[in-house]
Design a protein around this ligand. Sequence first.
Ligand code: TXA
Ligand code: MG
Length: 331
Amino acid sequence: MLFMVLMCRIMFNKGDVMSGIFTADEKHIVAAAEVIKNGGLVAFPTETVYGLGADAYNAHAVAAIFEAKGRPTFNPLISHIAHPEELQNYAVADSRALFLAEKFWPGPLTFVLPRKDTNPALDLVCAGLKTMTIRCPNHPVALALIEKSGVPIAAPSANRSQTLSPTTAAAVYDSLGERVDMILDGGACMVGVESTILDLTTPQAVLLRAGGITKEELELALNETVLISDGNPDKPTSPGQLLKHYAPSKKLRINATEPLDDELFIGFGAGYPSAQMNLSKSGDLREAAAHLFQYLREADKQTEFPRIAMAPIPLQGLGLAINDRIRRAAR
Ligand code: TXA
Ligand code: MG
């Protein structure tokens, strides 16, 4: 009997490396911050749902988030910050944003704002857009992890694509398993639904996703009407509904095997030694994802060639999300 109890303890011990779940104490938060700094993935609790986090400035790590989730598209991710006043380092915050941040942060409210930090390392987390999606979560573990990592943490909900957002560490493990380097267990999430997403890039605020802070609370605070993305206040909005997609201003031709005279060529893999750019010479899809938006932007700015052509990208793993994006960009 004693043996059985001991075995159970070993197998289900939360601190056990086997499970990938670690009690969110000081020691493990410090270790998790090291994982983030080294480009790894950490699932961590917030007051809404568990997030799957990576250094927002590390495009390789951000690409690994999409890979782990099996997300077939590169949507912009929420960058989580530990101090509300840091908002202005990353985004252009108008008086509405500053007022709402003061009132509701830390908390379940996310802003879409004009991006201020033009560092190309942030291109993937922003999905190539000129906006940045930011929130300051209200959870001591999340705040300590961001603080110790020293960078904003990019994090979607910590579940496989098309499945429910997890509100416990065990649910994260059930969904993502060993795809995450470390899962910090901070107990069940208090709010249990995702954050409210508010687009403040327009003169009138637009609710992109209903969540932890209600439309009424926002309207009361702003003293003005908040629009709903589909214009119907009774119909729940789906996230990403009003998502704008990055598109270069130059014409982009995809699945090209060689460039025409007026095309700048972006290769993938070893077969294109004369290409001006290569998403990944070794054919690594994660590297390609990390370079995608940055290279498209650079190609768009380049003055020598009026058009862009891109080599075929395999339709597997992260290649699905890459193809989704370049197909939209090529329209
Ligand atoms: O509570 C939350 O918000 C959690 C925790 C971890 O912070 N995060 C979360 O992230 O739910 P995620 O990626 O699972 O959902 C965010 C949604 C995505 O569907 C994304 O497409 C959408 O918000 N989104 C992000 N930026 C956007 C933007 N600029 N415009 C439209 N939709 C956007
Ligand atoms: Mg999600």
